[in-house]
Design a protein around this ligand. Structure first.
Ligand SMILES: *Cc1c(COP(=O)(O)O)cnc(C)c1O
Length: 239
């Protein structure tokens, strides 16, 4: 193995151990939690190595970077998640490679994604991003719709051609009442998810938890954790 592959394999093994331990601690089966590796800022060559090491889900947060990377990796058996704040003018591009868009937080985006999905005759999975730091009717500082906006947005996804409502996503807030309390934030997301599932049982994905708080997310019932740094290393600061 190359040095980089050896390094990624060791990091993946460590993350796998953390997820398995968190599942055991929570009395959950390991298969209930899917690892999504967030590959932003890292090259397509790393994505290729990850695929060789058995990773099946990857995520990106900027279309400018993700588009070319996904094209380079089009031969790999990967499921691509888009997890960044998304402008409607990027939707057409994102819809050409994303299997799941996790960061849907407004009706205009639902409409644009639906148009793109219909145009490409490709069904896209959608997660509604919940901002636990947003006041009523507002969007969060890192994207997302406030908890009281989830139901209406879910209805618009259900009604949208070409889209499939898969569930909810959140990022632990850096400010507000949940600052420094990821477990409480993820418990709140789980509550919102159980309300959503009462109306839409298939929308059972709960995407929560990153490198620093994946244990809290698994304890709170997350079905998908999004891990970047712990697998690929510390990212250079964003420009
Ligand atoms: C970058 C990113 C992650 C991964 O964060 P790490 O701390 O590097 O594990 C997860 N979710 C989203 C939405 C991200 O942008």
């Amino acid at each position: 193995m190359t040095d980089r592959k050896t390094e990624l394999a060791a990091n993946l093994a460590q993350v796998e151990e953390r997820i398995a331990a968190a599942c055991t601690a929570a009395g959950r089966k390991r298969e209930e939690v899917t690892l999504i590796v967030v590959t932003k800022t890292y090259p397509a060559s790393d994505v290729r190595l990850l695929a060789e090491l058995g990773v099946r889900h990857v995520a990106e947060n900027r279309d400018q970077e993700a588009g070319p990377k996904a094209a380079e990796c089009a031969d790999l058996p990967l499921i691509w998640h888009f997890v960044g704040q998304l402008q409607t003018n990027k939707v057409r591009s994102v819809s050409s490679y994303a299997d799941v868009v996790q960061s849907v937080d407004r009706k205009r985006l639902v409409d644009a994604l639906s148009d793109a999905a219909v145009r490409t005759a490709r069904e896209m999975g959608v997660l509604i991003q919940v901002a636990l730091d947003a006041d009523s009717g507002e969007r969060g500082s890192r994207g997302g719709v406030g908890p009281d906006g989830v139901e209406a947005l879910a209805e618009s996804v259900i009604a949208a051609e070409g889209l499939r409502l898969d569930g909810l996503m959140t990022v632990a807030p850096l400010a507000g009442p949940y600052e420094g309390r990821p477990r409480a934030a993820f418990d709140r997301l789980a509550e919102i998810s159980s309300r959503l599932r009462a109306a839409h049982p298939a929308a059972n994905m709960v995407s929560a938890g990153m490198s620093s708080d994946l244990e809290e997310a698994v304890a709170a019932g997350a079905t998908h954790v999004r891990v970047g740094t712990a697998v690929l290393g510390v990212r250079p600061p964003l420009r």
